[in-house]
Design a protein around this ligand. Structure first.
Ligand code: 5CA
Length: 157
């Protein structure tokens, strides 16, 4: 079977969730929140980063603003068990995407999704769309609803 490109898989996933968002492919790198902000022309705060953790064999994705840091103890409390930062291989196996392009929704396997409270302050955020050159824009509350995300205070400091 032909391999479907990351951004195409995210485009299909967004459509399946009823989200009318355009996946935008950019010439400049969007691999990190800083690079994505520069490439898009928005603030780093308006980048929604999707950080992958593992709770045993279970994948947990935490979505935060690009300007906020995650407090692992707060995530562990929200999950109800210990969490560890996923390595590159676990990220790819659990989500179907490589680091730098992991979207908040549209993963290849079951993922428990959390969203940081502070992300909801933004009217619109940009998230990775399956490659280090692709993003999509969305209102945080629509992302929360479509992704079935639990909202929790996950920020450090
Ligand atoms: N496309 C951008 C903006 S949406 C993006 O994906 N940014 S991100 O922050 O969500 O993803 C990059 C994150 O991957 C980094 O913040 C870092 O937490 C994580 N990461 C980077 N390298 C590694 C690595 N070697 N192992 C585990 N996690 C990593």
């Amino acid at each position: 079977m032909a391999k479907v490109r990351g951004p195409d898989r995210v485009r299909a996933a967004l459509r399946a969730l009823g989200l009318d968002c355009d996946v935008v492919t950019l010439p400049d790198s969007t691999r990190t929140a800083d690079e994505a902000a520069r490439a898009v022309g928005c603030s780093v705060g308006e980048i929604a980063k999707s950080l992958v953790f593992r709770a045993g064999e279970r994948a947990v994705v935490a979505v935060l603003s690009g300007e906020d840091r995650l407090d692992p103890a707060k995530l562990a409390a929200a999950v109800g068990s210990e969490v560890a930062r996923a390595d590159a291989r676990f990220v790819r196996d659990a989500t179907g995407f490589a680091i730098g392009g992991v979207p908040p929704v549209g993963h290849s396997g079951p993922v428990t999704l959390f969203m940081d409270t502070r992300l909801l302050r933004y009217r619109r955020v940009w998230a990775a769309a399956g490659s280090p050159h692709a993003v999509f824009a969305i209102e945080p509350d629509r992302l929360r609803e479509a992704g079935g995300a639990a909202v929790a205070d996950l920020g450090a400091g």
